[in-house]
Design a protein around this ligand. Structure first.
Ligand code: ADP
Ligand code: MG
Ligand code: ZN
Length: 476
């Protein structure tokens, strides 16, 4: 029997608010343990939570970008469980009335488009962190992170391979980062993903028993863990065994998933509406106002880059991978309507320098104006593309303009026909044997002559013009 993998993905995105979900404590990272706590996030009796309006706004904007319905009335609920990093004994989350539901996201995979349903996106608070020192000194609880706003985004079981899972996560991350609601950092845990995975016989619609995978903090681990789990479940089922509903951890060192705990059902959590928090009522006009603030999303921009600028898919993908990079590119195109020339140069030289200096494109020392000045010099034949590439690191590191650098270094391309003709004549005179070869039909020798002229001009001759002059002269 052959099996089809069925995967639904839960993502927890840490929202970029300055304060926590239900209190005024800061969400900043890296402070001494418990420095960012108050009676609310410490779970002291009688302390009352207040909803962070910015978090609600971010949740709504994300929901709209994911084509969700925004619930005019949504509600916070208590999810009850015990763990030392959860001092209240319950997590405030949303249950049957989530803020956003019934959306979808479109993915491009191997040239085709598919959609993945978004079942829901709901607001909740993060837990704290347990720190385990050695046995003698014991374990500690740091509640700085307790109460940090999270948006949990849950898909329908529409994903069917490790590759699709990774593509979904990348696309979702792009959307969150474009909206500026999450920093997207998987290693630091600002974006955490939990794939749920089951198998079913090919052709069946029924869902098999699922396993939830945790502890995955990079795209590579998503791929590895999902592939491992597909193979593991296939083996169990093929051998006549059964899959147990459980949570498994990805063990990076062993390269396998290992059982963490058998999985609770929702009723184990005794969800009920949080009596300390009123249902959240969202005004239609307010939601529509937010709708109008959503900028063009990565996928739409990608489409526009291919259609409006005629860029290849590859270029459009690279340039729209981050909003700031796409903005930079478009600022250049607005000044100089040669998208492909700009794209080539940005993807190679500009990105290389930015990577080397570790600086983000928005603070590139080469502004769109300065870059375009350089590219215009190539376009009008003042310098060759190679010279532009050689100059770029200096343009990047200093504050001279491209024109100033070209003048100061005497790099202006030699395009004057009389001067070029003299060089061509000289080279031809010096190499009668090669002239004979060329005229005898060995056209490849032309490259030799071009090389000689370039050398004689110290690399400054305009190669297109040299080519033309040589051909004319040699056919006389
Ligand atoms: P839980 O209550 O265990 O978190 P949910 O029903 O809320 O489970 O679903 C969580 C995620 O698991 C969703 O993304 C959903 O699409 C996915 N999912 C549910 N059932 C299955 C299944 N049998 N196989 C694969 N994924 C599933
Ligand atoms: Mg779950
Ligand atoms: Zn607090």
């Amino acid at each position: 029997m052959t099996f089809e993998p069925v995967i639904g993905i839960e993502v927890h995105a840490q929202l970029r608010t300055r304060s926590k979900m239900f209190c005024g404590c800061a969400t900043a990272f890296g402070l001494p343990p418990n420095a960012q706590t108050c009676p609310v996030c410490l779970g002291l009796p009688g302390a009352l939570p207040v909803v962070n309006a910015r978090a609600v706004e971010m949740a709504v904007r994300t929901g709209l970008a994911l084509n969700c319905t925004v619930r005019a009335t949504n509600q916070f609920a208590r999810k009850n469980y015990f763990y030392p990093d959860l001092p209240k004994g319950y997590q405030i989350s949303q249950y049957d009335l989530p803020i956003c539901e019934h959306g979808w996201i479109a993915l491009t995979l191997n040239g085709t488009t598919k959609t993945v349903g978004i079942r829901r996106a709901h607001l909740e608070e993060d837990a704290g962190k347990n720190l385990h020192a050695d046995q003698r000194t014991g374990s500690f609880v740091d509640l700085n992170r307790a109460g940090t706003p999270l948006l949990e985004i849950v898909t329908e079981p529409d994903v069917h391979s490790a590759e699709e899972a990774v593509t979904y996560l990348k696309s979702l991350r792009d959307v969150l980062m474009y909206l500026d609601v999450c920093d997207g950092n998987m290693e630091q845990g600002s974006l955490r993903c939990e794939p749920n995975l089951s198998l079913r016989p090919v052709g069946s619609d029924a869902l098999g028993t699922k396993v939830e995978l945790k502890n995955i903090n990079s795209f590579k681990f998503v791929k590895d863990a999902v592939e491992y789990e597909i193979a593991r479940q296939t083996k169990v089922l093929t051998e006549g065994g059964t899959i147990h509903q459980e949570t498994r951890l990805w063990d990076v060192n062993r390269g396998q998933t290992v059982v963490m705990r058998s999985k609770e059902d929702a009723h184990d959590y005794r969800y009920f509406p949080d009596p300390d928090l009123l249902p959240v009522s969202l005004d239609d006009a307010w939601v529509d106002g937010l709708r109008s603030t959503i900028q063009e999303l990565p996928k739409d921009r990608y489409q526009r880059f291919t259609s409006d600028y005629g860029l290849p898919d590859y270029d459009a993908g690279v340039l729209t991978s981050a909003r700031a990079l796409a903005d930079y590119f478009e600022a250049c195109v607005a000044l100089f309507a040669e998208p492909k020339i700009i794209s080539n140069f940005v993807m190679s030289e500009v990105l290389r320098e930015l990577n080397q200096s570790g600086s983000p494109v928005e603070s590139s020392p080469v502004s769109p104006e300065r870059l375009v000045e350089l590219l215009r010099l190539v376009h009008d034949g003042t310098i060759s593309l190679n010279v532009a590439k050689e100059l770029f690191p200096e343009l990047y590191a200093g504050d001279q303009s491209a024109t100033q650098l070209v003048e100061a270094k005497g790099l202006r391309q030699l395009s004057d026909e009389t001067e070029l003709q003299a060089l061509v004549d000289d080279v031809i005179e010096k190499h009668p044997a090669q002239v004979e070869q060329y005229q005898g039909g060995k056209e490849g020798v032309l490259g030799f002559f071009v090389g000689q002229v370039m050398k004689a001009s110290k690399g400054k001759a305009n190669p297109q013009k040299v080519n033309v002059l040589l051909k004319t002269r040699l056919s006389q």
